[in-house]
Design a protein around this ligand. Structure first.
Ligand SMILES: Nc1ncnc2c1ncn2[C@@H]1O[C@H](COP(=O)(O)OP(=O)(O)O)[C@@H](O)[C@H]1O
Ligand SMILES: [Mg+2]
Length: 353
């Protein structure tokens, strides 16, 4: 007679590659039932954006089918995102399990482009995702997501989230008229950020991505103090000067005790759309080396790509218009990396029960 114990024992061979522990002790195995020689079970991962989901399923099936008393198996792969928000005296954002800030010390490095495409990539994997545009002085998330600036200004209801491409988003750009020169004083920025976080009904979200304004501005500072941020993703370009700027951003988050998940190098190289030749405009490998010197994780590189720029301009991000393109796939991989950082952090802080 086949027992649950024997099955769990066999499944201890399967390890989660990010958490470096077996799926049984991680508590991922659920709804295990055996009838004669048939085994039914459900694997509950910590993120739907798990890169090895399919491999893991195959491995489990192979292990179980190799057992003498098993003839058929039915493995359901599932995910429940847990919270990695820091606790303590920072007020949690209701319903939001992980807050990820996208930061840089310089404008124009592709922060908003990265924020939007990572958000869409996580949503495509089945996560509930939101984007908060905290670049109150130059909100460009509305245009990148296909909205006209100021489209909510006439309404009576005030600022609310809208859904687009499977993602929930809010931007002050929804209520500010197009090209209005916004001059904010420091305390006003802090108030705006606080209201976007706590007064907006975000609903249940696995990941809330926050597009920060460049630099060690008021919005970044107040956000880091107001929001239970799980981690920050720093975006940089490969030029040496940009890396110096990235260092400043890292130093600021360190000082505020906000974990930095790692660095994404954007506009790393140019992939010719005609001949697929790769041109290393700023040289190659500098980003990885610089990240290592800073003791940071290098999350990956994104090439300069015409379609990505056009996608931002016309309001249809590349992950929406062409998820299977090389650039779309790069964003999918990066999203998996970022989700993995949240899972790792959750286990590191909460431990495994
Ligand atoms: N990988 C890329 N390939 C091509 N264009 C890009 C890429 N990343 C960003 N861009 C473009 O560069 C400009 C600045 O990007 P943006 O995301 O607005 O930067 P930031 O938010 O850091 O100011 C935009 O026109 C955007 O479409
Ligand atoms: Mg921006």
């Amino acid at each position: 007679m086949l027992t649950e114990q024997e099955i769990l024992e066999a499944l201890k061979q399967v390890e989660d590659p990010d958490l470096h522990r077996d799926i049984v002790s991680l508590g991922f195995v659920g709804d295990l039932s055996i009838s004669d020689s048939h085994v039914d079970l459900r694997i509950v991962l910590t993120t739907p954006a798990c890169p090895v989901r399919d491999q893991m399923k195959t491995q489990i099936e192979e292990i179980l089918l190799a057992m003498p008393d098993v003839d058929t198996v039915d493995v359901t792969m599932d995910a429940e995102v847990r919270t990695s928000s820091p606790t303590g005296n920072i007020k949690p954002v209701e319903g939001v399990r992980n807050i990820i800030a996208i930061a840089s010390n310089k404008g124009g490095v592709g922060k908003s482009t990265v924020a939007v495409n990572l958000a869409l990539a996580l949503a495509k994997r089945g996560a509930a995702v939101g984007i908060m545009d905290a670049d109150v002085t130059g909100p460009n998330i509305p245009i990148m997501m296909g909205f006209t600036a100021g489209f909510m200004a006439e309404g009576e209801r005030g600022l609310t989230t809208v859904e687009k491409y499977g993602v929930r988003l809010v931007s002050l750009g929804f209520v500010l008229p197009k090209l209005s020169p916004v001059v904010w004083r420091g305390p006003m920025v802090g108030t705006a950020v606080r209201q976007l976080l706590h007064d907006i009904k975000w609903g249940e979200l696995d990941y809330l991505l926050i597009d920060l304004p460049p630099g060690t501005s008021d919005a970044s500072m107040s956000l880091a103090q107001e929001a239970p941020i799980s981690g920050v993703v720093i975006v940089s370009t490969p030029a040496d000067v940009a890396w110096e700027d990235a260092c400043k951003a890292v130093a600021m988050f360190d000082k505020l005790n906000v974990p930095v998940f790692g660095v994404i190098e954007n506009m790393s190289y140019f992939l010719c759309p005609h001949c697929d030749e790769r041109t290393e405009i700023f040289g190659h490998g500098g980003g990885r080396v610089a990240a290592e010197e800073l003791g940071l994780e290098f999350l990956g590189e994104i090439p300069l790509d015409m379609k990505t720029r056009v996608g931002g301009d016309i309001g249809v991000p590349i992950v929406e218009s062409d998820p299977d393109s090389p650039q779309g796939q790069i964003f999918m991989r990066l999203a998996e990396q970022v989700a993995a950082r949240c899972s790792t952090l959750q286990f590191a802080t909460a431990g495994v029960e």
